[in-house]
Write a protein that binds this ligand. Structure first.
Ligand code: PEP
Length: 245
């Protein structure tokens, strides 16, 4: 049985002033019924990790380089994220795939780097609108799953996030049946490939989750939580999602 997780991705948002939001969240949810994770911009990770130490909130990175260190200007490694107090790293977010041309094999290499550093990889998958309209959703997601998740994945080192690209930041959400179909397919492929460990890997839904739709989305089979962008920036909104899990 997979653990429940509410994960927030702040993307390129937030300064030191934003840390107060997280203190409010920690105070409001001292004993949440799920794990809570916030992935701030790299500039805030150390400070956020210090402020959340001793609370139920975990912290993480939004991306990492596959190497441990070296001449890679502007990049950070999984080991650096661990050093800054992070426990998780998001890899393969559709904005990284689109803006930086990241491929499934890049994402598999980054996932291996996350595991090397002893952290948990949150691996993102999802179809574009054109792919959905062409009836290719299941094939696209299955292909990303196969190419982005290395051998050795289990419930302790990997979280899968299904995020339809067209639902991210748009206010559009697939129907509950559409979410159920993709999550069921991901679960069955994880079980076929990883055996019992495939049952333990949380599968998050991401794409315009907010307090008003979280409850019904979390009622869908094999939805073990959410990866949240916009609604993770305010403690009140993210708290509403945490409360629904
Ligand atoms: C995301 O960026 O992963 C995301 C799901 O964003 P939003 O919640 O804003 O749609």
């Amino acid at each position: 049985m997979a653990r429940k997780l509410a994960a927030g991705n702040w993307k390129m948002n937030g300064t030191g002033a934003s840390l107060a939001e997280i203190e409010a969240l920690a105070k409001a949810y001292p004993n949440p019924g799920c794990d809570m994770l916030i992935c701030p911009p790299a500039t805030l990770l150390s400070r956020l990790s210090e402020r959340t130490s001793g609370t139920t909130i975990k912290t993480g990175g939004q991306d990492c380089h596959a190497a441990t260190s070296g001449a890679h200007t502007g990049d950070i490694s999984a080991e650096m994220i661990a050093d800054a107090g992070g426990s998780h790293v998001i890899v393969g977010h559709s904005e990284r795939r689109a803006d930086h041309g990241e491929t499934d094999s890049d994402i598999a290499a980054k996932t291996a780097a996350v595991w090397r550093a002893g952290l948990v990889a949150v691996i993102c998958l999802g179809e574009t609108l054109a792919e959905r309209e062409a009836g290719q959703t299941i094939d696209v997601v299955a292909s990303q799953l196969s190419g982005s998740v290395p051998d050795g994945a289990d419930g302790d080192n990997t979280v899968i996030a299904y995020e339809p690209v067209w639902a991210i930041g748009t206010g559009k959400v697939p129907t509950l049946d559409e979410i159920a179909a993709v999550h069921a397919d991901i679960r069955s492929r994880l079980k076929a490939r990883f055996g019992a460990a495939g049952d333990d890997m949380p599968i998050l839904y991401g794409g315009s989750v907010k307090p008003s739709n979280a409850d019904e989305i979390f009622g869908v089979a094999d939805v073990d939580g959410a990866l949240v962008g916009g609604a993770s920036l305010k403690a009140e909104d993210f708290g509403g999602i945490v409360a629904a899990l």
